[in-house]
Design a protein around this ligand. Structure first.
Ligand code: FE2
Ligand code: FE2
Length: 259
């Protein structure tokens, strides 16, 4: 199994977050988005997840299914049952496509997956705690080309939906503030840097720069998102690394990080 490795901060070095204490929890994280599970991928997914014994936590950054069908979620649920470590997930736009998001969440929850939707979860890794604030995020664009809270009701509803996601992310980060390692899990991108490579005409549908607000304020250890299949793997919000872990962007099955 291929793993991409990025260790930050390297053991024995200073933390890049100015003024923040160095905390090395030893937590090993595997992250991937856009698995787009379906029956065609069952064997491969189970094999790949069964090979994750050496990590402490698995993060799935949405678009868990191909068409938002329960039977597709069943395939991923079986793979997650084969995984040793806990699995945390947010849903993506594909998982909402058939109006079955709640059923997909239930199937995964029944398999032991922690599905975050504007919520948070805390995991014990050794003597330390890893907190994950997770939400799908939504659209809206990035500074210079953003949807405004103006005009037709439908467009203002889109703006309001992103506002709810931003508020939920803020609450989640507040809730995990005391954890030694703090991570953000999204489907949509919070910055444009990691979607470069996608047609610029669709950037407004790939994420919202408003999601970066709570991240810049709370400065978690890392952010993981998916959705931008043709984007770039790494960007930043200030000194916070932002990883686009959409499966087509990765050279292997997972992005692996240690904290
Ligand atoms: Fe996707
Ligand atoms: Fe997506």
């Amino acid at each position: 199994m291929w793993l991409t490795r990025r260790f930050y901060p390297p053991r024995g070095t200073s933390n890049p977050r100015v003024g923040m204490p160095v905390v090395v929890t030893g937590a090993r994280i595997a992250a991937v988005g856009d698995l787009h599970a379906s029956e065609d991928h069952r064997e491969r997914l189970v094999r790949v997840f069964a090979g994750l014994a050496d990590v402490d936590l698995v993060l799935l950054a949405g678009d868990l299914t191909t068409h938002g069908l329960v039977e597709e979620a069943d395939v991923l649920a079986d793979a997650c049952r084969a995984a040793g470590p806990p699995v945390v997930a947010v849903l993506g736009n594909h998982d909402h496509h058939n109006g079955l998001a709640q059923d997909i969440s239930r199937v995964l929850t029944d398999a032991g997956v922690t599905v975050l939707d504007g919520t948070h979860a805390v995991f014990d890794v050794g003597a330390a705690q890893v907190g994950v604030a997770g939400t799908k995020g939504f659209v809206g664009g990035f500074p210079g080309a953003e949807i405004a809270d103006f005009g037709e009701r439908l467009l203002r509803d889109v703006y309001a939906e992103t506002s709810r996601e931003v508020a939920a992310l803020e609450e989640g980060l507040e809730a995990v503030a005391g954890c030694e390692t703090r991570l953000v899990l999204l489907h949509y991108a919070p910055i444009s840097e990691t979607i470069v490579g996608e047609p610029e005409g669709i950037w407004a549908f790939l994420g919202s720069g408003r999601l970066a607000g709570p991240i810049g304020a709370h400065r978690p250890d890392a952010v993981f998102h998916g959705h931008a299949h043709h984007g770039r793997p790494l960007g930043a919000i200030g000194t916070v690394p932002v990883h686009n872990v959409a499966r087509p962007v990765l050279p292997g099955d997972f992005h692996l990080a240690a904290f």
